[in-house]
Design a protein around this ligand. Structure first.
Ligand code: NAP
Length: 302
């Protein structure tokens, strides 16, 4: 199964980055794209995110071997229904959604009988829109495919090969397991960032200007995550409810244990945890998932 033509539906950060990565790393693959927002289509065209920006979803997917839905997870069903009339019968339908079980259900309901292989490139930024994409977003990052039971192995191999060409490392996973793993590694960290930034901005004894002025103490690193797209993240929490609530239960217990350690002056518990977490940071860097420069690589004046 050869992928010669890819249609990208949704031309924001993820869709735009796929288009640019194909252009840079796999120029033999033709790309088309569509977004429901006419202004996004115009800006995508101006940036050359895909070879052809089409005016209709049917036009974008006509003759595509692979269609990738790059819209918020709550919009996957609508986007799939919009492309249905134009799909080639043997096209592979995939997506980049951050939660997988709910998206798999939405796609299967909208496109009965289609070859659906959901995927999640674990790569992103807090930016969104057609100006946000860049060709190297996926380089060295994992892309998790969650093929349903009975999925065509040739289609899985073709999709895996596509992501490898964009520079990703590919792993296959069951959708439910994906949702649990990402609840811990992505969804709960975002929820914590949204909470701490919200709490700080609601405080009465500490002014907002103080929060911003002294943010280099740690707070500013949470503000980057908490600046992430509100539509995308609302949908992630609504569609990965079970796994997020399960992990949030564990997190709350651990937080309570720390609260107790602080109250009782139990320095050993705090020290042991902080030593273990430092080792996790070292492992993240050793595995090439972050920059080893101190302070997230920020440049500092002398
Ligand atoms: P984005 O920059 O906001 O782009 C999404 C685009 O899809 C927007 O232009 C949006 O238009 C459009 N859209 C919404 N509903 C649509 C529909 N029914 N049909 C066609 N286009 C539609 O978002 P993104 O960051 O690329 O996220 C896209 C997907 O990637 C999400 O499912 C997200 O979970 C996943 N993802 C994101 C990241 C990340 O870090 N951002 C990482 C990995 C995976 P409007 O503006 O008009 O709504």
């Amino acid at each position: 199964m050869t992928i010669a033509r890819v249609a990208i539906i949704g031309l924001g950060l993820l869709g735009g980055s796929i288009g640019l990565a194909v252009k840079a790393r796999a120029p033999h693959i033709a790309t088309t794209g569509w977004d429901r927002d006419v202004s996004v289509r115009e800006r995508a065209s101006a940036r050359g995110l895909v070879g052809t920006v089409c005016d209709t979803p049917e036009g974008a997917v006509a003759d595509a071997d692979l269609v990738i839905l790059c819209v918020p997870v709550g919009a996957m069903g609508d986007a799939a229904r919009a492309i249905a009339p134009g799909l080639a019968p043997d096209a592979i339908i995939s997506d980049v959604g951050s939660s997988k079980a709910a998206v798999a259900d939405a796609l299967a309901a909208a496109l009965p009988g289609a070859c659906i292989i959901p995927a999640h490139p674990v790569a992103g930024t807090e930016q969104s829109g057609p100006e946000a994409g860049f060709a190297t977003l996926f380089a060295g990052r994992w892309c998790i495919l969650t093929p349903p039971e009975g999925a065509d192995p040739a289609a899985v191999a073709a999709l895996s090969d596509f992501w490898t060409q964009l520079g990703s490392k590919v792993e296959l996973m069951d959708a439910a397991h994906h949702d649990l793993v990402l609840a811990v590694t992505s969804h709960i960290p975002h929820l914590i960032a949204y909470t701490i930034v919200g709490t700080a901005s609601d405080l009465e004894d500490v002014t907002q200007s103080e929060v911003i002025k002294y943010s280099a103490g740690g707070f500013r690193d949470f503000t980057r995550i908490a600046a992430s797209d509100p539509v995308m993240w609302r949908d992630v929490f609504l569609t990965n409810k079970g796994a997020v609530l399960e992990m949030l239960g564990r997190f709350t217990e651990d937080l309570t244990a720390l609260q107790r350690a602080i109250r009782s002056g139990d320095g050993d518990t705090l020290f042991d945890l902080f030593t273990r977490t430092r080792a996790i940071r070292r492992a993240v860097i050793e595995q090439g998932q972050d920059d080893e420069r101190p302070d997230f690589g920020r440049e500092h004046g002398q």
